[in-house]
Design a protein around this ligand. Structure first.
Ligand code: NCD
Length: 315
């Protein structure tokens, strides 16, 4: 457009011709967007993380890009949520802008539950409080199967702060469905407060030494609501896994950790550098598993998603 201002500061910078030209151009783009398969739309996938992350956020980003989607690292902490906008409105707004899928992480448990009946946008839980971390459990299942083959009848010991771990909750839901047996181990302060059917619990590390895999958890202090009456300095000695501690094990077993690991607490430096450690396998598998999850959810042709702002319904 001729003489279009290089700095658009005010509507007064635009001539009437500019305004008319913009209206025509915008409606051309609008028609193109809604004119279907001749203009295939590249899906836009965005992370929406209200809590810190290294592994989950980046692997979703890489997975989205490997699938050929456009990726946005939306930062909700700097968004209009801080101006009092409701979460649902923010989700709806992003969908109206063309974002197809959000991967959401929050310190609030069950933040996404209210959207399961009717949702303004496709949503994947990237970890919510102490509740669930479904995609971590799925990539862990893939990693376990790669290593152990059929996991039915095999035993895994989850050691550490099980009570506050959304990863543990997802593993407890998922792995027994494939026949895997789970033992939770840690100081009593870190074990669930009530029994879970078919899940064993112990405060004795030695009780777990007949298992086929160890899964270590970080002490998640940021998720402890009340002060815990436990001397954390005892943890490395009592439950931290070093090569020496696992010497009595009859067989050599893989050691998993969802990360981030606190080396010297739940896991020794010697273990991280040993052939037993599978943490990097988990990270590697996170990309193909998250590619599969993104593809599956994008292919779900549920026309009710984002009802209020579907272009084909307003035109
Ligand atoms: C976990 C998380 O954030 O839930 N890490 C991860 O996503 N890979 C575990 C943790 O925080 O300790």
């Amino acid at each position: 457009m001729n003489n279009f201002p290089s700095v658009l500061e005010s509507t007064a910078d635009l001539s009437d011709k500019h305004i008319q030209g913009l209206l025509e151009l915008a409606s051309k783009f609008q028609k193109r967007e809604s004119s279907g398969p001749s203009f295939p739309k590249i899906p836009v996938v965005s992370t929406f993380f209200l809590e810190n992350s290294t592994r989950t956020k980046n692997s979703f980003a890489v997975a989205a890009m490997r699938l050929g989607a456009h990726y946005i690292d939306f930062n909700p902490e700097n968004s209009s949520l801080n101006k009092g906008e409701r979460l649902e409105e923010t989700f709806r707004t992003l969908h109206c802008q063309g974002v197809e899928l959000l991967i959401v992480r929050a310190s609030e448990s069950q933040l996404l539950s209210e959207f399961k009946k009717s949702t303004p946008i496709r949503l994947i839980n990237g970890g919510d409080g102490t509740h669930q971390h479904p995609t971590q459990a799925l990539l862990d299942l893939m990693t376990l199967q790669n290593e152990l083959g059929n996991i039915s009848g095999k035993k895994i010991a989850i050691i550490g702060d099980c009570r506050h771990s959304r990863v543990a909750n997802s593993l407890i839901e998922l792995l027994p469905r494939l026949g895997m047996k789970i033992t939770l181990c840690g100081p009593k302060h870190f074990l669930p407060t009530s029994n879970i059917p078919n899940i064993e619990m112990t405060t004795e590390l030695e009780d777990t030494f007949d298992c086929d895999a160890l899964y270590l958890l970080r002490i998640q202090k940021e998720r402890h609501i009340n002060d815990i009456d436990y001397d954390y300095s005892l943890y490395p000695d009592e439950y931290g896994i070093s090569l020496k501690k696992i010497e009595p094990l009859k067989k050599k077993i893989p050691i998993y950790h969802p990360g981030p690991a606190n080396i010297g607490m739940e896991i020794g430096e010697d273990v991280i550098h040993s052939p037993f450690y599978r943490g990097y396998h988990q990270v590697k598998n996170s990309v193909p598993m998250r590619m599969a999850i993104i593809q599956a959810i994008l292919q779900n042709g549920d026309k009710s998603i984002g009802q209020a702002c579907r272009l084909d319904q307003v035109l």
